[in-house]
Design a protein around this ligand. Structure first.
Ligand code: ZN
Ligand code: ZN
Length: 157
């Protein structure tokens, strides 16, 4: 029964996966249409010196904020995305503490620099050397870290 379409699936080590309720819910969140104003930033503040995080005022009047730790753990690049999928972490969820005998000191995530990517995204140059994540306005708004959105996404559960 294997056709050419199965190539991708064969390349993954997991074989056929069952979609959990959590994954299905997340997929629905991803699909939700955002109005253009909801994903157009009016003001972007990067609190780099304070190390507190990123704040965006959107054109529709909503204000989003994220800590740098959250953003680092939500890196949308393919590598980080895959790693999260494998360990079942949500974007922004911290990795469990590594089971090493000698725990390594890890500096709190913060960007050495933040650069706009065209007119649609931000790119973070993280202090751990990771730079491949492109955080689109769409992605950021969908994962708004303000209290209100975080609460409503848990309630929707
Ligand atoms: Zn990444
Ligand atoms: Zn929000």
């Amino acid at each position: 029964m294997a056709g050419p379409d199965d190539t991708l699936r064969e390349m993954s080590h997991e074989g056929i996966r069952f979609v959990s309720e959590e994954e299905a819910r997340r997929a629905r969140v991803e699909e939700r249409e955002l109005s253009p104003d909801a994903k157009t930033p009016a003001k972007v503040r990067v609190h780099k010196t304070e190390g507190t995080g990123l704040e965006i005022d959107w054109k529709d009047g909503h204000r989003s904020q994220w800590t740098f730790a959250w953003l680092r753990n939500a890196c949308p690049c393919a590598t980080c995305h895959e790693e999260r999928e494998k360990s079942g972490r949500k974007p922004g969820e911290a990795k469990p503490h590594p089971q090493t005998l000698l725990p390594m000191y890890q500096a709190a995530p913060r960007p050495d620099s933040v650069t706009p990517v065209g007119r649609y995204a931000l790119s973070f140059n993280w202090n751990d050397g990771h730079t491949s994540g492109i955080y689109s306005w769409d992605y950021l708004r969908r994962h708004c870290g303000c209290e209100e959105c975080r609460e409503s996404s848990t309630l929707r559960g």
